[in-house]
Design a protein around this ligand. Structure first.
Ligand code: PLP
Length: 445
């Protein structure tokens, strides 16, 4: 399980059935498909998971941000079953169906931006990223793309090129797609310019203009793609001036602004979409993960004028907007709106931050506590003054957590961030119990 430069993650398989399955996994599945825990699931509901040996865990991972409405939400399961009784697959290029069109209409309505929109449905986040760039290139007749250091946009060739993290995503996978340029993100805890906010005047946002002078001219850039809060990068929240400044520069040069909400979307940050926190209107919004409530779906929603650029037959795919996934998504969005999960994310986030700030006072290893809504993380360091990253200890804490019944994820370019993507249906009692497991793990290090 050890990758180059990556700490060993999986230790102690939790029981005989898990051990057996894990060994069969090693024999049959390539090691490149890494694992954050050795837990083999048997069932899951709400914010908890049970493994094949009968152990139960609080789930702070939510399938990596997929389960904002929780595991097996009743309405989602019902919608899938009802659809399965009618038809499974017909391919939207062959026969149209209502759920695809209703979901496109819903996304056109709820995504940020007061202008006519259209939506293309696909399967994975990476596929949404690929299609958004493809459409932006067609529309602008330009071929350059800007993305960010520490950013993550997926594992396909172009999405991997846009990603700003070498380990484990890019190393040894060959040259990037050409004409992709990475900009510094507003990572204030480790400012790439060695400055401090607000006296820095958010200099990072204007770095794009340096690239236009030295690397590629602005009129060759089709699109800028950015996560409003960097997810895999370690839940990095930029200051409020960052996005308006990026938007201003994009407007000035006719660059399509693509907002990758694949991890931040659907109430996670306390608003339906994180861009709403920064008062910007992106030209395109990408969604996946919690859009499907556990089913496989992604979407590109954008200004109608941009989305209409490609010719008939230039977009799509066999499974894009699968009927089971469309019905699951419609049920998911209903739950999010009906139960005000954005409000719930806000209150979960406040509880998490309060508990984590208190832990920061007790455990010097916690260098930074940050996040937006219920997208909260801690960055672990060996020394608060030098900020030397603590990846080994991060992995040890994660192991301690699952041994005691809490599934945690790590993130960050230095593999030293513990992030929380708990289902937003967790109860206050469950949350408190889970946090006490986390505290025990910090205590043990
Ligand atoms: C912000 C962001 N973009 C894109 C992706 C890629 O999505 P997928 O794994 O579904 O291809 C991810 C996945 O973690 C993500 O967090």
């Amino acid at each position: 399980m050890t990758g180059k430069g990556i700490v060993k993650i999986v230790t102690d398989i939790p029981g005989p059935k898990s051990r057996q399955l894990y060994s069969e996994n090693e024999q049959n599945v390539p090691r490149g498909v890494g694992h954050q825990t050795p837990i083999a699931v048997s069932s899951a509901k709400g914010a908890t998971v049970t493994d094949v040996d009968g152990n139960t865990y609080f789930d702070f991972a939510g399938g990596i941000g997929v389960l904002n409405v929780g595991h097996r939400a009743d309405e989602v399961v019902r919608a899938i079953k009802e659809q399965a009784d009618k038809y499974l697959h017909v391919c939207f290029h062959v026969l149209i169906y209502e759920s695809y069109i209703r979901l496109a209409n819903k996304l056109n309505t709820i995504t940020p931006g007061q202008f006519p929109k259209k939506t293309l449905l696909l399967n994975s986040g990476a596929e949404a990223v690929e299609n958004a760039i493809k459409i932006a290139k067609y529309y602008t007749k330009r071929y350059g793309v800007l993305s960010f250091l520490e950013g993550f946009h997926g594992r396909t060739a172009l999405a991997m090129s846009l990603t700003g993290q070498i380990q484990p995503y890019k190393s040894n996978f060959g040259p990037s797609v050409p004409w992709v340029y990475h900009l510094p993100f507003a990572y204030c805890y480790r400012c790439p310019f060695g400055q401090t906010y607000p006296s820095c005047e958010v200099v990072c946002a204007r770095y794009m203009e340096r690239i236009f002078e030295s690397e590629i001219s602005a009129d060759a850039i089709a699109a800028l793609i950015v996560e409003p809060v960097q997810g895999e990068g370690g839940f990095i929240v930029p200051p409020k001036e960052f996005f308006p400044e990026l938007r201003r520069i994009c407007n000035e040069h006719g660059i399509v602004f693509i907002d990758d909400e694949i991890q931040t979307g659907f109430a996670r940050t306390g608003k339906l979409f994180a861009a709403e926190h920064f008062s910007i209107e992106p030209d395109m919004v990408l969604t996946a993960k919690s859009l499907g409530g556990g089913m496989i779906i992604s979407a590109v929603t954008g200004k109608a004028e941009i989305m209409e650029a490609p010719h008939v037959g230039g977009l799509g795919g066999t499974y894009g907007g699968h009927p089971l996934s469309c019905q699951a998504s419609l049920a998911t969005i209903d739950i999010i709106e009906r139960d005000n999960l954005a409000g719930r994310a806000d209150s979960i986030g406040k509880k998490l931050k309060e508990a984590l700030y208190a832990m920061q006072e007790r455990y010097p290893i916690i260098g930074d506590v940050r996040g937006l809504g219920a997208m909260v993380a801690v960055e672990l360091v060996k020394d608060r003054a030098t900020k030397e990253p603590a990846p080994k200890e991060t992995a040890q804490i994660r192991v301690k957590c699952y041994q005691n019944g809490l599934i945690m994820l790590s993130a960050g370019i230095h593999h030293n961030v513990m992030r929380i993507l708990v289902p937003l249906v967790i109860t206050d009692e469950e949350l408190e119990e889970a946090l006490s497991i986390l505290e025990e793990a910090f205590k043990s290090i």
